[in-house]
Design a protein around this ligand. Structure first.
Ligand SMILES: C[S@@+](CC[C@H](N)C(=O)[O-])C[C@H]1O[C@@H](n2cnc3c(N)ncnc32)[C@H](O)[C@@H]1O
Length: 509
């Protein structure tokens, strides 16, 4: 793991910047096919494409850094000196980034790569270090492996509601990625982890990227922040359900050592006590479906006392789940352990009568005052295009919920609404038939939801241009469809509330 040395971190940052070691810079080093192979954990195509230039002494500084820290291959001292002139080989050794091998060779000790993102503040680029992956190590991961930015990390960072916070908490910070993201909105951040190695990485990454408002605390779950409250909590906790069998490794980065989904339950249940009134928690998790019952109903019980919006994005059956997580650690079908671990997972699931495991995200809020008003537990496939992530959409939905919760139907009828610019309408009709048999409203951003609408609701949405009040549109539609306006309003307004919450419609003022 890297060693944080204040005197060396600025030269390193300057070197990485001067080398053009950026996401685009690295992508341009090899073909798309080689890049795709890398994402499938095969480095050979990229290695071959860089090798010729390297042998001719023509590899750029970014190429050398990618060769070393992304592909996990060795370089000569002269090569590293050329790529990191301010840091130098001595500096890189001092920072614990490389180790000397025989005859002038240096091998990487960490994975270090550029990371680009767009959020509510704007676009930015960082460098993030983590433990070397399977590809560079050539073997399965160690139990104390510190993970880099994976799919779940990006899911959570994209969800972060871009809301100013006085104090924020990242529980289970790993390489520090969520803490660094939330630090863009928060006055100060506390980042915790049970792994001292993870905290070393996280502190190094924050310093490398010039982020100074994060405090790093060692300890399990909420222990390091006992009695403290935060405006914003984020956590990608070690939620992976793992059989408690001696030979199945307990990977610290993904498994908190509890049975079943108990770790997620504990994090969810303990979150409320650590939120300021009105504070928000955003968590990822897995939950079990036991004895044929809906897993979301179990999650509902964990969230008592809080506003809760839980989105289940994926559902895997028990064997699929086992296969996913056995492979994740680098164990493949055909390896000696594979079948035994598979059996251990199935035995573990059978013990609690688990047939499915849900994955998704929880947005929890401690009510500013009074009882919770939001309880939404749903399965949604996310297909919306959101350049800056889903965070702004979630924020808008919470604000819409609060406004709607305080509105009677009469007040809603008096409001003027506008259809969002990303909404399109799809109509299907039988050949030759003038009237549509199916109308579907599609959302381009947000969750990319599709909603089936009857002609009255489609007509309502189509008329929402901010000119007429909702009630006036209902009256006009009642005349067109020759129905009672009161009855039509009673039918449409719940659907209108749903469309406002989900972002198809917004308030004109
Ligand atoms: C899935 S990783 C998330 C890392 C990072 N936050 C991200 O989003 O990529 C979970 C992290 O939780 C840490 N962890 C495991 N058990 C923990 C516990 N009991 N209390 C706090 N953190 C724990 C692991 O060391 C790991 O860094």
């Amino acid at each position: 793991m890297p060693r944080l040395d204040d005197a060396l971190i600025t030269p390193l940052r300057d070197d990485l910047g001067a080398a053009g070691f950026t996401v685009d810079g690295v992508r341009a080093l090899w073909s798309d096919a080689a890049g795709a192979a890398l994402t499938r954990s095969h480095r050979l195509p990229a290695e071959r494409e860089l090798a010729a230039g390297r042998e001719a002494g023509e590899l750029s500084a970014a190429g050398t850094l990618a060769w070393l820290f992304v592909l996990g291959l060795q370089v000569s001292e002269a090569e590293l000196e050329g790529a990191l002139p301010r840091t130098g080989v001595r500096g890189a050794l001092g920072l614990g980034l490389v180790a000397a091998e025989a005859s002038d060779r240096l091998r990487p000790l960490v994975d270090l790569r550029p990371y680009a993102f767009t959020d509510g503040v704007g676009s930015a680029q960082w460098w993030v270090s983590s433990d070397l992956g399977e590809l560079a190590l050539g073997h399965a991961l160690e139990a104390d492996h510190v993970l880099g930015i994976g799919g779940a990390s990006s899911t959570l960072s994209g969800l972060i509601v871009p809301r100013p916070a006085r104090r924020a908490l990242d529980l289970g910070t790993g390489c520090g990625i969520q803490a660094m993201h939330v630090a863009r909105y928060a006055g100060s951040v506390v980042a915790t982890d049970i792994s001292p190695r993870a905290l070393e990485y996280a502190a190094f990454n924050a310093a490398l990227n010039g982020i100074g408002n994060i405090e790093f605390l060692l300890g399990s779950l909420f222990d390091p922040v006992a009695g403290e409250r935060f405006d914003h909590i984020v956590s990608n906790p070690p939620f992976v359900i793992t059989p408690r069998v001696e030979e199945v490794p307990e990977y610290e980065y993904r498994d908190g050592g509890f049975a079943g989904d108990e770790l997620v339950e504990r994090v969810v249940r303990e979150t409320g006590a650590h939120l300021e009134p009105g504070g928000i928690a955003q968590l990822l998790g897995n939950w079990e479906y036991r004895a044929g019952a809906d897993g979301l109903d179990r999650v509902r019980r964990w969230t008592e006392g809080l506003d809760a919006w839980v989105v289940e994005r994926e559902l895997q059956d028990a064997p699929q789940y086992a296969e996913t997580w056995i492979r994740d650690g680098g164990t493949r079908p055909g390896d000696a352990a594979y079948e035994r671990w598979y059996a251990a997972w199935l035995d573990d699931f059978a013990r609690r009568d688990v047939d499915y495991v849900g994955f998704g995200y929880l947005t929890l809020r401690r009510p500013a005052d009074g009882a919770p008003t939001l309880a939404r537990f749903e399965q949604v496939e996310t297909s919306g295009a959101n350049e800056a992530g889903l965070g702004a959409h979630l924020d808008g939905a919470l604000a819409a919920h609060d406004r709607l919760a305080g509105m009677t139907d009469a007040a809603l009828s008096a409001a003027r609404l506008v259809v969002s610019r990303d909404v399109t309408e799809e109509r299907h009709s039988w050949p030759g038939d003038e009237n549509p048999t199916v109308i579907v409203l599609h959302q381009g951003g947000g969750f990319g939801r599709a909603v089936q609408a009857d002609p009255a609701l489609a007509g309502f949405v189509g008329a929402c241009d901010g000119e007429l009040a909702a009630g006036q549109i209902v009256d006009a539609l009642a005349t067109i469809f020759e129905v009672d306006a009161g009855e039509l309003g009673a039918q449409l307004l719940p659907a209108v509330r749903e469309l406002v919450f989900t972002g198809f419609l917004g308030f004109a003022e």
